[in-house]
Design a protein. Structure first.
Length: 123
């Protein structure tokens, strides 16, 4: 059994659920739950449904989980749609936070030295 299977089993038991209950709540079959727990199936596409059914984040099941880009794009589009009706102060704070996060990406060590510039010099 791999880490993912162990985590599913541990989280299911912590939630006091049987495999059948988790299957019903997640929309999967009991057999799929069993296969995931034992490592016979290592697919990750069901992890968001399992995480939701268990009331945890996907990374609690699989620390290395990386959602497909299409899913991230859909989630981002949903956030922007919801933001359209948010109060102005929330919009300002989120824009500030997003700009800060994006500046951190541009300042990552592998990006610090640009052609014709010395490392550590900015501006």
């Amino acid at each position: 059994m791999g880490v993912v299977g162990e985590n599913i089993k541990r989280l299911r038991r912590a939630a006091n659920m049987s495999q059948m209950e988790l299957a019903q709540k997640s929309g999967l079959t009991q057999q799929m739950i069993s296969h995931l727990e034992t490592g016979r199936n290592e697919t990750t596409k069901e992890l968001p449904a399992l995480a939701s059914a268990l009331g945890v984040r996907v990374h609690e099941i699989d620390p290395n989980y990386s959602p497909p880009t299409q899913l991230l794009d859909e989630q981002l589009a949903e956030v922007f749609q919801r933001l359209s009706t948010a109060p102005e102060e929330i919009k300002r704070r989120l824009i500030s936070y997003a700009n800060f996060e994006l500046s951190q990406i541009r300042m990552a060590p592998e990006d610090e030295t640009e052609p014709g510039r010395e490392s550590g010099s900015r501006g």
